[in-house]
Design a protein around this ligand. Structure first.
Ligand SMILES: NC(=O)c1ccc[n+]([C@@H]2O[C@H](COP(=O)([O-])OP(=O)(O)OC[C@H]3O[C@@H](n4cnc5c(N)ncnc54)[C@H](OP(=O)(O)O)[C@@H]3O)[C@@H](O)[C@H]2O)c1
Length: 395
């Protein structure tokens, strides 16, 4: 019988590639529900092709236009986070793939877990902000969270058949983004266009900017901590410009297990959908004889302070990672609109972190507290951006 899927974030980069994987295995999957934000044109096109029973969009004011675009098909249309929670928990659904961007994924992911669904997780911000809620909920409900992020998928694949006690460390690889090799002062003048020009991966806007600041790797360190249960001192980052090795597991005896492949997100998406099987597909394959190079360098922490900031937030724990993530989301959103400079992103986030330490937030936050801190950090970030002249050196 076909595996019934709810796909959250179907109009994004991961969402679209997930549907390409579905196209590759039409007998294996049935799309039950698609959720998106504002791109109703693409959502309607997807709905006409996959005929899901449910659609979710971010706001009720788009329903009439969406229905017009559906040209006669009549799925149930829901809205907002409540709508995503509902389609994540549908009794008929087997698997929920969360590919929305940002902390908006927390509650729908939790709804899927509480309903006992298998979860394929691309939305790293959910684990960064709420790993302390998500992972215990998964354990309670006997739910497997299969990572979609290529680094975490690589580690997850390497760990198959390995005893947890034999794992010494995890090594996340990073391309270093478009600004690898720059001097810190060179970053002062980089443009939005340069920051969006990732050397190896074609991704959504937010993660592309996160890759340029290397906040992406910082978020991935926290994500790896929650997914694989290792302390932060046992999670390393190494620059690997070719992005052929997607990450490694180092075992107690010194053995290094690596997963390799092309920079094609359809591979980790497929594995998350078909786990534990590696099914044959028609996607292009890595050819080691076609000039494949494996080079490694340490991270330049002066150029990329976001990584150390993320380690610190992860080690501090509580709701600080939620604040860090929310501040980064707001700063990146503003940078993508061309309203602050690239270097302002880290300044905004650092200032929100400094303000966080002046408050007294709960050491062991529940979901409500995490969501409240998320909102608090967004307000702070936007206030700092507004007061830019003071903190950001004039914008
Ligand atoms: N892209 C990659 O290669 C990649 C790799 C690893 C991990 N990831 C992670 O996967 C997630 C998605 O990344 P992406 O690159 O696919 O992002 P993206 O291209 O920007 O797509 C984001 C998706 O989320 C939807 N969305 C945004 N805000 C929403 C809201 N308030 N309510 C409902 N839906 C909303 C968007 O809908 P509309 O466009 O319709 O507004 C879109 O479908 C991120 O957490 C990212 O870190 C991505």
């Amino acid at each position: 019988m076909a595996i019934k899927i709810t796909l959250l974030g179907s109009t994004g980069s991961i969402g679209r590639q997930t549907l390409e994987v579905v196209d590759e295995f039409p007998e294996l999957f049935k799309v039950e529900a698609l959720a998106a934000g504002s791109n109703i044109r693409l959502l309607a096109e997807q709905a006409r092709k996959y005929r899901p029973s449910y659609l979710v969009i971010d706001s009720a004011h788009r329903i009439a236009k969406l229905q017009e675009l559906l040209s006669g098909i009549k799925p149930t249309v829901l809205t907002g986070i409540e709508g995503m929670k509902e389609v994540a928990a549908l009794p008929e659904v087997d698997l929920v793939l969360t590919a929305v961007v940002g902390a908006v994924g927390i509650e729908p992911t939790l709804a899927a877990i509480n309903a006992g669904k298998r979860v394929a997780l691309a939305n790293k911000e959910t684990l960064v902000a709420a790993g302390s809620i998500i992972m215990p909920a998964a354990l309670r409900n006997n739910v497997k969270i299969i990572p979609v992020d290529s680094e975490h998928s690589a580690i997850f694949q390497c760990l198959q058949g390995v005893s947890p006690g034999d794992v010494e460390r995890l090594v996340l690889t990073a391309s270093g983004g478009p600004f690898r090799g720059y001097r810190p002062e060179d970053l002062e003048k980089v443009t939005l266009e340069q920051a969006l020009n990732h050397p190896n991966w074609d991704m959504g806007g937010k993660i592309t900017i996160d890759s340029a600041t290397m906040f992406n790797k910082g978020l991935e360190i926290i994500e790896a901590h929650w997914l694989f249960g290792l302390e932060f001192d046992r999670i390393d980052v190494v620059i690997h410009p070719e992005s052929i090795i997607h990450s490694l597991v180092v075992l107690a005896d010194g053995s290094h297990l690596a997963q390799m492949g092309l920079c094609d997100m359809r591979l980790p998406i497929q594995y998350a959908l078909t786990y534990p099987k590696h099914l044959p597909n028609s996607f292009p394959k890595l050819d080691l004889l076609k000039g494949a190079q494996l080079n490694f360098q340490p991270v330049d922490s002066k150029l990329f302070p976001a990584i150390e900031l993320a380690y610190q937030a992860g080690r501090f724990g509580g709701s600080l990672p939620a604040a860090l993530n929310a501040a980064n989301e707001e700063a990146v959103k503003t940078f993508l609109k061309g309203k602050i400079r690239f270097v302002d992103i880290i300044r905004v986030v650092s200032e929100v972190v400094a303000r966080y330490h002046r408050e007294s937030f709960a050491a062991a936050p529940d979901l409500e507290e995490i969501l409240a801190v998320d909102s608090w950090a967004r307000l702070q970030a936007n206030e700092i951006i507004e007061q830019g002249r003071k903190f950001l050196g004039g914008i």
